[in-house]
Design a protein around this ligand. Sequence first.
Ligand SMILES: CC(C)(COP(=O)(O)OP(=O)(O)OC[C@H]1O[C@@H](n2cnc3c(N)ncnc32)[C@H](O)[C@@H]1OP(=O)(O)O)[C@@H](O)C(=O)NCCC(=O)NCCS
Length: 154
Amino acid sequence: MIPRVDEVLGDFIGYPVGGYDDVVVRMMAPLDIPELRKISPSDVKNPFDFLVYSTLVAEQQGRILGYTQYYVTVDGVLHSLAIRIIPESKGQGVGSMLMDVKEAIAIKAGAKTHLYIIATEGEEALKKIVTKMGMHKCQKHGAVEFWVRSMETV
Ligand SMILES: CC(C)(COP(=O)(O)OP(=O)(O)OC[C@H]1O[C@@H](n2cnc3c(N)ncnc32)[C@H](O)[C@@H]1OP(=O)(O)O)[C@@H](O)C(=O)NCCC(=O)NCCS
């Protein structure tokens, strides 16, 4: 199922636009930062990450259910960073939606490769998401695993 997005992202990536009752993925707005800092407080996350990295949020009825962060380099690599879903909304496909929209934006922006460095002891749900997206674990370095996928269409 293609995730629903807001009108801004719908215009850029052609995904269906959702309404108030849907789970909708959109770009973070500055006024979201206090809520995001509650989801990931400064003892677990550098708050400046919200200022320097592109951030997508998933929202339903005005409530933020989760977010993901990323950046795309000039050589066409999508670097996935944090993803976090609020406890009550885990296991409902929200994380998968955020990852899907993130890749769709990156591909439109010219990214050819997706790289995600994931904690070896990280959550199984995240490894399921990236595996389903076609990523594979190409290296393991102690506490982290390098998951990669080519996003080029041949
Ligand atoms: C990891 C995380 C982002 C996944 O998001 P989510 O919205 O819960 O995941 P989804 O509902 O999209 O599920 C993805 C897959 O994982 C499976 N899954 C969900 N919860 C699971 C669990 N507790 N154990 C194993 N698999 C699980 C789902 O069934 C789904 O697989 P399927 O498509 O084959 O059915 C979320 O659990 C989270 O925020 N965890 C805490 C923060 C974190 O660890 N972030 C990663 C490092 S930055």
